[in-house]
Design a protein around this ligand. Structure first.
Ligand code: ASP
Length: 404
C-alpha cells in the first residue's frame, strides 16, 4: 500500500464518500451539520482557489504570449480559439432548445404556479457599456475585484508590449517566468487539497437539496443534463476525435479530474488550475493552454447556454407563453451573448438568465421558480463549461500543428 493514489482517483473516492455522507445526513435529518461543519472546509478550499486565480490568469497568459514569441501567432491562436468557442456555443443553444421543446411537447415540464416566485434581477447594462467595461481604468482594481475579462485584457497588453520591447524587456520576461514558476508550485499544493473540497461540498449539496422541490423539478433538471451530456459527447469528444484523433475514452479520462472538480465547485475560474493539469495531460501545448483556458473559463460557457435555453422554455411554459420560431432565434442570440458575459463563478449563469428573459418580455421574477435548485443546474453546466475549454485547447494545439 505504499503507492499513493492518483489525484483523479482521490477525487472520485471523495465524490462517492460525499454523496454517501450527504444521503445519510439528509435521511437522518442532519443537513444542518453539513452546512455548519463540512461546508466551511469546502469554502476554505474555494477561497484558496479564488485567491490564486488572478495571479494564475495574469502570469499564465503573459507567459503563454511570451512563449509564442510572435504577436501574429497570438492573433491566429486567438482567432481559432474564439471561433471554436462561438460555434460550439451556438450549437449548445440549439441542443438546449431542441431538448426543452421535446420535453415541453411531451408534457414533461411540470407547470409550477408562478405565484410566489420571487427573484430580483440585477440590471443588465447593455452590450456597448459591457464592451467598454472590459477595458480597465485602474488595473489594481481589476485585480482586487477579480474582474477576469479586465485581467485578460491587461495580460494581452502587457504580453504584447513585452514582446514589442524586445531585448530591453529581458528583465520583465525573466520576472514573469520566475513568478509563474512560483505560482505553479503554489497551485500544485492547492490542487492536492481538491479531494477535501469535493467531499465536503458534495455532502453538503446532497444533504441540503434532497427536498421535495428537487423531485418536482427533476424533469427540468433531467432535460438540462441530457443537453449537457449530448453536447459533451457529440461536440467536445467528437471534436477532439476529429481534429486531434483522440478517442472519447481517452478524452474524458484525461479531463475527468477537472470535470469532477467543476461539478462540485461550480466555478470555472476556480477550476482553472485543475483544467491546466488535465489539458497538459491530454497533450495540449503549454503556451496554447495558457492562453485558451483562462479565456475559456471567462467567456466559453456552453453549459450555461444550454441551461439558459432550457430554463427559458420552461419558465415561458409556466407563464403560459408559447415561444415562436422568431423568439427561439432571439433565445439563441441572447443566450450566446449572456453565456459569454457570464462570469466563471458559482451562480453567475442564473443572473444572466435575466437578460434572456428580458429580451423576450418574460417577467424576470419567474426565475424564482428555479432558484432553489440552481446549484444542481450549476454543477452540470460548470462541468460542461470546463470540458469545453479543455477540448478547445486540444483542438487549437492540433490546428497549430503542435501535437506530437
Ligand atoms: N458556474 C458557472 C461557471 O463557473 C457559470 C454559471 O453559473 O453558469 O462556469
Amino acid at each position: 500500500m505504499s503507492k499513493k493514489l492518483s489525484l483523479p482517483a482521490q477525487i472520485l473516492i471523495a465524490l462517492v464518500l460525499g454523496i454517501a455522507v450527504g444521503l445519510a445526513c439528509y435521511f437522518g435529518g442532519f443537513a444542518d451539520l453539513t452546512t455548519n461543519y463540512l461546508k466551511p472546509f469546502g469554502d476554505i478550499f474555494v477561497n484558496l482557489l479564488k485567491f490564486i486565480v488572478v495571479p494564475v490568469v495574469l502570469l499564465s497568459m503573459i507567459d503563454g504570449i511570451l512563449s509564442m514569441n510572435d504577436m501574429r501567432k497570438v492573433g491566429t491562436v486567438g482567432v481559432k480559439t474564439v471561433a471554436y468557442f462561438l460555434v460550439t456555443t451556438a450549437i449548445a443553444c440549439v441542443i438546449g432548445l431542441v431538448f426543452a421543446n421535446i420535453f415541453k411537447s411531451a408534457g414533461l415540464f411540470p407547470i409550477l404556479d408562478p405565484e410566489g416566485a420571487e427573484y430580483e434581477a440585477k440590471e443588465f447594462s447593455g452590450f456597448m457599456s459591457t464592451l467598454v467595461s472590459i477595458f480597465p481604468t485602474n488595473m489594481w482594481k481589476s485585480f482586487t475585484d477579480a474582474n477576469m475579462l479586465q485581467v485578460i485584457v491587461i495580460s494581452l497588453f502587457f504580453g504584447g508590449s513585452i514582446l514589442a520591447a524586445g531585448e530591453k524587456a529581458k528583465l520583465c520576461r525573466d520576472f514573469v517566468s520566475s513568478a509563474y514558476a512560483v505560482i505553479e508550485k503554489l497551485m500544485g499544493f492547492i490542487i492536492s487539497l481538491a479531494p477535501i473540497g469535493v467531499f465536503t461540498y458534495m455532502a453538503w449539496v446532497v444533504a441540503t437539496q434532497g427536498s421535495e422541490i428537487l423531485v418536482s423539478l427533476l424533469l427540468v433538471i433531467a432535460c438540462a443534463y441530457l443537453g449537457y451530456i449530448v453536447h459533451a459527447v457529440v461536440v467536445y469528444s467528437a471534436s477532439a476525435q476529429v481534429f486531434a484523433g483522440m478517442s472519447p475514452v481517452r478524452f474524458f479520462k484525461g479531463a475527468f479530474a477537472a470535470m469532477v472538480f467543476a461539478f462540485t465547485s461550480t466555478s470555472s475560474a476556480a477550476t482553472l488550475p485543475v483544467s491546466k493539469e488535465c489539458a497538459a495531460e491530454l497533450g495540449a501545448e503549454d503556451d496554447i493552454a495558457a492562453f485558451v483556458l483562462p479565456l475559456g473559463s471567462t467567456i466559453n460557457m456552453d453549459g450555461t447556454a444550454i441551461y439558459q435555453c432550457v430554463a427559458t422554455v420552461f419558465i415561458a411554459s409556466c407563464a403560459g407563453i408559447h415561444l415562436t420560431i422568431g423568439q427561439m432565434v432571439i433565445v439563441v442570440v441572447t443566450a450566446t451573448l449572456a453565456s459569454i458575459g457570464t462570469a466563471g463563478v458559482s451562480g453567475a449563469g442564473m443572473i444572466m438568465l435575466a437578460m434572456v428573459l428580458e429580451a423576450l418580455g418574460i417577467p424576470v421574477a419567474y426565475i424564482g421558480l428555479i432558484v432553489a435548485v440552481d446549484r444542481i443546474f450549476d454543477m452540470g453546466r460548470t462541468c460542461l463549461n470546463v470540458t469545453g475549454d479543455i477540448a478547445c485547447s486540444i483542438c487549437v494545439t492540433k490546428w497549430e500543428g503542435k501535437k506530437k
